[in-house]
Design a protein around this ligand. Structure first.
Ligand code: UD1
Ligand code: CA
Length: 501
């Protein structure tokens, strides 16, 4: 059987979503890195419909801005007043031309982010197979309150959908509900839409009345029950938003594990829908991967990482790190307590250690920034070592400037590099230097403020203090210093089995 053309998917997204209590329209609230409407659009995309008509009303400017230009054939349709789901579909289909009677129209709510492309494809296939005028996606639920009930004939044909507000007790007891997802054949749908009334408890044009109309006109109305009723659940408040987010988290993490990612704690690992993970990656607890983050094989991310739009190279290790818009090279080591801001690109084998912040920094292969540094607007050449506490002073209070460090450079601890400045290949800076002028290759830059040592100062100026007593007792006072100092740090009751570095 050749499948009729799918003329349009109509996405209903004009409602306000009062229960969200938000200035943001409901369908723009986000889970797993996409707004609810984007999840729905992703589910309908594989259907390959000629048009995706998104019915907008409340907060239309925001909704239109969010979806504008996302896909060819995507067209926002403004519904000026929310006259009901039937009214919404009628307005949408009236806005386009050239839909033929034998073509198909799919209708989905904009607030059902758990719907899958597979379910929608199966629904369309069932519709075609039944040669139906309408096919309703239904679900058996324990508590049907609030939903439209599916009323069937003895033959199994659907006779009507009755809304909660209009249901008598016998109908209200039906546990098969309308999910709000349908496939229609365009001809019978368009004909039935013209005869909708507002003669019901809510005074709205119900799309669900199309079902009764088609049945009365002796057309085939089929029902396609969902295996997992949760898939059709809509989001009405922030409790349901979090619940849907949890379902997506479980789905995405399960798919990642099946594709070869070790996830140590699935409940404490959050991966956005557009993240890419290669096989043989490991995610440790409290890891959040956002946006278009990509992680290559052999990389270990976590614990406690938040990576947004960041690429992690093969074999890299990233722990307790926040990174945004950054590229981490293969076999690099980042963390703990490291902050990579946008424009950071680090090469193969680079090490960024504790309390290092980078921004717009290109750091070449095997370079090291091991501790307590700020690297902003900088280029660091291969194998260079940036000593503890180095600051790239990139901001003069008005403009930002760049610092360029060559290859195999040794920047001494606590150096301040005042940009714009260039340190040539193989150069050194002394500890505590403030570098304001370029350093030639192979040169040593030091500030020659020599150390002054004033002997006996403590006993003269701080008499009676613990320091003065310790100085007096030093053995020999004022003599040679014992550089190991080891005997001084015996801790009572503790034998020294610890680490040595
Ligand atoms: C609807 C169905 C009900 C079904 C339920 C599933 C009708 C009459 N009832 O009820 O059988 O069980 O969905 O969740 O269709 N919308 C518009 N324009 C409008 C009205 C609604 O775009 O004028 C949009 C809403 O934003 C929402 C969707 O259509 O995304 C459903 O509307 P809503 O009023 O929530 O329908 P329900 O009362 O839940
Ligand atoms: Ca309603």
């Amino acid at each position: 059987m050749t499948q009729p053309r799918l003329a349009a998917v109509v996405v209903l997204a004009a409602g306000e979503g009062k229960r969200m209590r938000s200035v943001t329209p409901k369908v723009l609230h986000r889970i797993a890195g996409r707004c609810l409407l984007e999840h729905v659009l992703a589910a309908v995309a594989p259907l390959g419909a000629d048009r995706q008509l998104v019915v907008v009303g409340h907060g239309r400017e925001q909704v239109i801005a969010a979806i504008d230009g996302r896909a060819p054939g995507l067209l926002p349709i403004v519904q000026d007043r929310q006259g009901g789901t039937g009214h919404a579909v009628r307005v949408a289909l009236q806005a386009v031309e050239g839909i033929r009677p034998d073509e198909l129209v799919v209708v989905v709510p904009g607030d059902a982010p758990l719907l899958t492309g597979a379910t929608l494809s199966a629904l369309v296939a069932a519709h075609v197979h039944a040669a139906a005028a309408a096919t309703v996606l239904t679900a058996e639920v324990v508590d049907p309150f609030g939903y439209g009930r599916v009323v069937r004939e003895a033959s199994g044909q659907v006779r009507a959908i009755v809304e909660q507000a209009d249901a008598d007790p016998a109908t209200a007891a039906v546990r098969e509900i309308n999910t709000g997802v349908y496939v229609f054949t365009a001809g019978p749908l368009l004909a039935a839409l013209t005869s909708l009334t507002t003669d019901n408890a809510q005074g709205e044009e119900y799309l669900t009345d199309v079902v009764g109309t088609l049945f009365a006109r002796r057309q085939v109305v089929a029902a396609h029950p969902l295996d997992d009723a949760a898939e059709a659940s809509g989001v009405n408040d922030r409790v349901q938003l979090a619940a849907a987010g949890g379902v997506l988290r479980d789905r995405i993490v399960a798919a990642a594990m099946r594709a070869g990612t070790t996830v140590v704690d699935p409940c404490a690992t959050w991966i956005d829908a557009d993240v890419t993970l290669e096989p043989d990656t490991t995610l440790l607890p409290n890891t959040f991967l956002h946006g278009r983050t990509r992680v290559a094989s052999g990389a270990v991310v976590g614990p406690d990482c938040t990576l947004t739009d960041t690429v992690v190279g093969a074999g890299a290790t990233v722990s307790r790190t926040t990174a945004t818009g950054s590229v981490i090279g293969p076999d690099a080591t980042v963390g703990p307590y490291t902050h990579l801001r946008p424009g950071t690109r680090i090469g193969r084998g680079v090490k960024l250690g504790a309390f290092v912040e980078t921004k717009a920094a290109e750091i070449a292969d095997d370079a090291k920034v091991p501790h307590l540094s700020y690297v902003g607007d900088a280029v660091i050449g291969p194998r260079s070592n940036i000593g503890c506490g180095t600051i790239f002073a990139n901001y003069d209070g008005v403009a930002k400037h760049r610092t360029v460090i060559g290859a195999d450079v040794k920047i001494g601890s606590d150096t301040v590099l005042v940009a714009p400045v260039h340190v040539g290949d193989g150069a050194y800076t002394g500890a505590g230097s403030v570098v304001t002028e370029d350093v030639l290759p192979g040169a040593l830059a030091v500030r020659d403020g020599r150390q002054r040592t004033i002997e006996g100062w403590v006993q003269r100026r701080r008499p009676g203090t613990a320091a003065a007593r310790a100085a007096a007792a030093a053995d020999p006072p004022g003599g040679e210093l014992d550089h190991t100092g080891s005997a001084r740090v015996a801790i009572a009751g503790v034998s020294d089995g610890g680490h040595r570095t």
